[in-house]
Design a protein around this ligand. Sequence first.
Ligand code: AMP
Ligand code: MG
Length: 423
Amino acid sequence: MSKEEKNIPADCDSVGLQGLVSVDQALQRIRAALIPISGFERCALRDAHRRIVAESVISPLNVPAYINSAMDGYALLAADLPASGEVTLEVIGSSFAGIPYAGRLQPGQAVRIMTGAMVPEGADTVVMQELVRRDGDRVTIEGGRRAGENVRHIGEDIAKGGVVLMPGQKIRAPELGLLASLGIAEVTVRRRLRVATFSTGDELCSIGEQPREGQIYDSNRYSLFGMLRDSGVEHIDMGVIRDDAEAIGEAFQSASTIADVLITSGGVSVGEADFVKQTLDRLGQVDFWKIAMKPGKPLAFGSINNALFFGLPGNPVAVMATFYQIVLPSLRYLSGEGTTQPLRLRVRAADRLKKRPGRQDFQRGILKPDENGELRVHTTGNQGSHILSSMSQANCFVNLPAESGMVEAGDWVEVEPFEGLFR
Ligand code: AMP
Ligand code: MG
């Protein structure tokens, strides 16, 4: 039904703002109701990927564990370096990574050394091989070298007894490597948050079924699957529920006994709110909010039995925007993750961005460098909350504050890139 048919003024964006909560208010209210999960478990290193550290990890050793070379070259004594002119030293052996030189270096001597190899006793400096002349068992070094150069010191990366990871930190690729560098095979992490999802709607048809007239494929089920998998939670996909009070009631009851969080999409917009609301009122405490954000105005938040409940809008872009802006920070907090701010950048808009004051917009943008190498954000075009291809084309949200009006090309805006190097 179009807005005209429903007798809603075409500019209903700017009217009817009464009773809307801002995105920040919604986040604060939700945060106040959250208690992070408390279960811990021991986990093998690889299984700890994307998990949240539950107990501080203390380093059992120094990294590096021994003084080693940062370069391929010659280990020697700084005292032998010439202030000017050159010096010729006797090459008495070599030190390879894993096969150190056994003896002690004396003044006038040098040891051929490779990157990562132990710097022999007596030596304190490594001169790069590109800067020397080698002739048989002699090596000639010119002035201008710095005492102690190209040497990596004990504990320079991590000191024995130091805190390597703190509770609340997420274990990503660098942390896996860091733990491995210490020989740590197991970590104590929080148990994974269990999140159940449902799609709601009589119009939904599953992949593999033939859509009847007026039916659409259920896409939210899959975008939620992807977003939840990226987030590292345990996802329980409960499929589609029909728009039927009894079916919804039963599905929520059973999910609330196995999951920490229930997430639904659809069924919270104006025409449907009462119906879902009745079921939720009967089963738990759930508030329906209108959040001053676009896309994604309607949102339900509350609890059913011991599970938290997020009722997302039905429109596919609104699902993704409310998930990233409202639900994901909540899931991270519940999972025990310390607070992290998403990366936000200020860049100039390359295009005009249509916006009316009233709601905070999360428009879809394409961030790319212009001919001078400066980042600019382009619009993906149609910003309708049903245009899921806009999410796929975009590489960032363009976060436009509620009070902002039209943005002209060249204006500064804030963007939130989708891509993080590590998750
Ligand atoms: P609703 O809030 O249930 O009225 O849904 C709003 C819009 O989102 C309608 O156009 C629905 O058809 C659509 N929608 C709801 N759920 C889904 C879904 N799982 N996948 C794709 N579109 C959906
Ligand atoms: Mg619906």
